[in-house]
Design a protein around this ligand. Structure first.
Ligand code: BGC
Length: 363
């Protein structure tokens, strides 16, 4: 199924093709990688991208408190809003200079960190890619993330389910993807297209604009205003005389921007997917506007990353559960993948039962 998707979906680079071209997964826990004991109060660097969605805001606070609780000295940095790539490169270099033993990186641009992570390696630090893979380098040791291809599959299936509830079709849809400098964007899109392409091919779904290439659907910087203006243009160019029934949106921030655009045009809200369980989107789902989101509990992902640091500190092998899927163009990066959960109005209360912020919104 994944191979089929790859023949029909254009992606940005060979590395990203490899990323999503995985044909099988190892689900059984396995272990790999060299372990490296170090002092229990060592410096651990965490370099996060800019705050393009709530998950990044949450991650910073959780890393600070979690690393401190585990006895480490944490140095958590965000790339700024304007010179994002350079900021992150400089932050990683400073962590290396300051003697960090492990550097955890949520890449601002996964293709532009090879010099910095090589320097980290040369200095003896272990590099963990967090949420987003770092591309085209041997110097990334581990990857910890929610299963991104699965996220895309769940989004594609949610779009189909939401549309099926409206009738048999054909349904008019549009496709949005994330920022092309984020390695996750193509993986999400390819996962979704593995589900949607057969329905486009058999005529159940009609992409009104004809824009099905990831280059056409991309949203620079994951910015809401870019998704909103593309949606505004699509509504004018393609939907002045027909309805739009569904929109594949890769995350919640963009989903709300798309809904804003449709409302401003005075059209009924289509089935719109999302990701991240952002507070405003959970409210929107409960109000019957946004159709779905994905729960990727940031608390679990940060906890898993800190567990890896503790295993490295203790000199034991780092636990991974996937050694096949995430090829960064230079190596297959040993990964610990967590399962994403699809959330609609129907299962929201259950999905957020353990979340003190979101659970009250589902009442
Ligand atoms: C993350 C998503 C997030 C997006 C924009 C992606 O790499 O996996 O959860 O919505 O970045 O911040």
């Amino acid at each position: 199924m994944r191979k089929l998707a790859l023949t029909t979906v254009a992606v940005a680079s060979v590395a990203l093709l490899a990323l999503s071209g995985c044909s099988s997964r190892t689900d059984a826990p396995a272990s790999t990688g060299a372990a490296a004991g170090f002092a229990a109060d060592s410096l651990i660097g965490v370099a996060l991208p800019s705050k393009t969605s709530e998950n990044w805001v949450l991650a910073g606070g959780l890393f600070e408190s979690g690393l401190e609780k585990a006895g480490f000295k944490g140095d958590v940095q965000y790339a700024g809003a304007s010179t994002i790539v350079k900021d992150q490169q400089d932050q990683i270099s400073a962590m290396v200079t300051n003697g960090a033993k492990v550097i955890i990186v949520g890449a601002a641009d996964g293709g532009q960190l090879s010099t910095q992570v090589k320097a980290a390696h040369d200095a003896g630090a272990v590099v963990i890619a967090y949420d987003r893979l770092i591309l085209n380098t041997d110097s990334v040791d581990y990857y910890v993330a929610f299963d991104n291809f699965k996220v895309g599959e769940l989004q594609g299936q949610a779009l189909l389910d939401g549309l099926a509830a409206k009738g048999k079709g054909p349904h008019n849809i549009e496709l949005f993807s994330g920022s092309s400098d984020d390695a996750n964007s193509a993986v999400f899109f390819n996962g979704a297209m593995s589900v949607l392409q057969p329905k486009i091919d058999d005529g159940t779904l009609v992409v009104g604009s004809g824009q099905t290439d990831i280059k056409q659907t991309a949203t620079a910087g994951w910015k809401a205003e870019n998704a909103q203006s593309r949606m505004d243009s699509l509504l004018t160019s393609t939907y002045s005389d027909k309805s739009i029934d569904g929109v594949l949106s890769p995350n919640d921030t963009l989903a709300r921007a798309i809904i804003t655009s449709v409302k401003a045009a005075g059209k009924p809200i289509p089935v719109v997917t999302g990701q991240d369980s952002e507070v405003e989107s959970v409210k929107s789902i409960m109000a019957g506007e946004q159709y779905s989101t994905i729960n990727k509990d940031t608390r679990l992902l940060v906890a898993q990353a800190i567990k890896m640091v503790q295993q490295l500190q203790g000199g034991v092998e780092v636990e991974v559960n996937d050694t096949k899927s995430y090829d960064n163009g230079k190596k297959i990066v040993p990964s610990y993948l967590l399962p994403p959960v699809i959330v609609t109005k129907e299962n929201a209360a259950k999905a957020y039962a353990n979340d003190p912020t979101l659970e009250p919104l589902t009442k």
